[in-house]
Design a protein around this ligand. Structure first.
Ligand code: ADP
Length: 525
């Protein structure tokens, strides 16, 4: 009832103006070639926030051509430490009224240090505009303003500074080769990177994709999710203000099967990075293979176990398990959505989890104290409620929630149930399962097509070490969850993905390896 009341209040007007609704190609905000637009919705009400230019294959062609030119003609990928023509050196551009910008020059070579400084200036600008960015993110996505402001905007800035630090520290090797040969290994940027991101963390996904790609000297065409096009356009304009040369980052809003597929199939794209559902990841990989065999990194779905051992402090375990699954309205690829609880603490855990879920404050994400906003859109909203119903139909016990909250927008009551769940629900639905031993929980936790993440809650070092090594997942959080610093690699085993994002590992995705071998004449050594 509290949830229902909160969700029916008049929506709070966000304190931000929508400035950028066009495609960003070659440093300019432009309309789609077709002239088409599509609406982006406020998930609190289902009403249109703005109509955004709808990119399709012709726009992808234009964006790839711009990225190719920016790569081939520089200065971005070059590493020469001087500016050949000072008058055309990168400068801080100014945005024109109406969101259009046009800047000139950037043909001269820039120093490697400048690449680093552009990314650092970008991080500063993110902090200066933090309030507007956070408001835009909450408006378009429905996540709480506290989360946007305290987690996502700072993490975006942090990620950019992390990769700015790498820009001048990427280097190859000299390897000892048998015979009289000098063998160098050069690490070079791959070229034009195509990047496709989802709607659940629009800013973080921007950071994880664009940060390493730019630090390594690549140029980028980014296809944002059709549900959340606004924040990427805004921050991309700041990146140009920070001095990014034209064409280095191009942002195309649009749909998956049109703009997204065109990017995956493009013969001029040298590398693809995708985050989204496992099914779409399979399509992306196939399109890449059938076109030009561009290498692909994938960050896909999950059904992550959160394991509570019998020595755990139950109150703390309940709270952490609750956040592991309900964070971001449950819309996390790494949501701890299978909560495994040892039989000795199971009853107490279930009782307390139910009470915690019922206390969860659902409502307008702009309101202070709200923990959960609406789901992203009607499609997800309906899908989640269908999953809950199918759980009930197959004999699960519904402990809390299970229905919509309020009477408009896409709000769902926090839901607890007891069902053996295999598929990714991507919503605020916790499934609590009982186990009786370590071997058993390892077997059951690993019995999944996914392998993205896991949580382990225990005071026992032995249990923590055993589980950490036995779980077939890309991240194990022990007595914590959802810790995402820029330096920590993230990615999946099995059908949760290919490759790693963040940290030094993400650099590998954006570098080519070139061996250069020269003979050593008259070598005495
Ligand atoms: P979700 O179910 O979370 O929306 P998707 O995998 O469908 O996940 O979407 C993630 C991203 O992939 C979005 O930017 C979407 O537009 C894009 N996408 C969807 N279908 C395709 C496709 N056939 N080819 C390329 N990109 C796609």
């Amino acid at each position: 009832p509290a949830a229902a009341a909160a969700a029916t209040e008049e929506p709070i007007q966000p304190a931000v103006e929508i400035k950028y609704i066009q495609l960003l190609i070659n440093g300019n905000f432009v309309d789609a070639a077709s002239g088409k637009t599509f609406p982006t919705m406020d998930p609190r009400t289902g009403e249109v926030i703005a109509r955004v230019a709808e990119g399709d294959s012709e726009d992808i062609d234009r964006a790839v051509a711009a990225a190719r030119r920016a790569f081939d003609e520089g200065p971005w990928p070059r590493m020469t430490a001087y500016v050949r023509t000072p008058s055309t050196a990168p400068h801080i551009g100014t945005a024109h009224a109406g969101g259009s910008r046009s800047r000139h020059g950037h043909r001269g070579l820039v120093s490697l240090q400048e690449r680093c400084r552009v990314l650092l200036r970008f991080a500063d600008l993110i902090e200066q505009h933090a309030d507007e960015i956070a408001a835009l993110e909450t408006w378009d996505n429905g996540k709480t303003l506290a989360q946007s402001a305290r987690a996502e905007v700072p993490m975006l800035a942090r990620c950019m500074r992390y990769y700015a630090g790498w820009a001048d520290k990427i280097h190859g090797l000299v390897v000892p080769a048998d015979g009289a040969h000098h063998a160098q290994v050069l690490h070079e940027p791959v070229g034009v990177a195509g990047q496709i991101i989802p709607w659940n963390f629009p800013l973080l996904m921007f950071a994880w994709k664009v940060g390493p790609a730019l630090a390594c000297g690549n140029t980028v065409v980014l296809k944002t999710a059709e549900q959340t096009p606004l924040s990427a356009l805004y921050v991309a304009s700041l990146l140009h203000e920070a001095g990014l040369p034209d064409g280095v980052l191009n942002v195309v809003s649009g749909f998956g099967p049109t703009a997204g597929a065109a990017l995956c199939s493009h013969m001029g794209v040298d590398k693809l990075a995708f985050t989204g559902s496992t099914g779409t990841g399979q399509i992306v990989l196939e399109l890449a293979a059938r076109s030009n065999l561009k290498p692909v990194t994938l960050e896909l779905g999950g059904k992550s176990p959160f394991i509570v051992m019998d020595d755990a402090d139950v109150d703390q375990a309940v709270e952490l398990a609750h956040h592991a699954v309900f964070f971001n309205q449950g819309q996390c690829c790494c949501a701890g959505s299978r909560t495994f609880v040892h039989e000795r603490v199971y009853d107490e855990f279930v009782e307390k989890s139910k009470a915690r879920a019922m206390k969860r404050v659902v409502g307008d994400p702009f309101r202070n104290g709200v923990e959960q906003g609406p789901q992203i859109d009607e499609e997800q909203f309906k899908k989640i409620l269908r999953y809950v119903q199918s759980g009930v139909d197959s004999g699960a016990t519904l402990l809390a929630g299970g229905d919509r909250a309020g009477n408009r927008g896409f709000y769902i009551q926090p839901t607890d149930d007891m069902k053996i769940a295999r598929e990714e629900i991507f919503g605020p639905v916790q499934t609590i399962l009982k186990f009786s031993g370590v071997e058993e929980v390892i077997r059951r936790a690993n019995a999944s097509q996914y392998g993205l993440a896991a949580g382990v809650f225990t005071r026992s070092l032995d249990a923590a070490n055993t589980l950490s090594r036995a779980l077939r997942v890309g991240t194990v959080w022990v007595n914590c969850y959802d810790v995402f610093d820029a330096g920590i690699p993230f990615g999946g085993y099995k059908m949760s993905g290919v490759g790693r994002e963040k940290g030094v590992y993400a650099l590998r995705n954006y570098l080519q390896t070139k061996a250069v071998v020269t003979p050593i004449r008259d070598a005495a050594w």
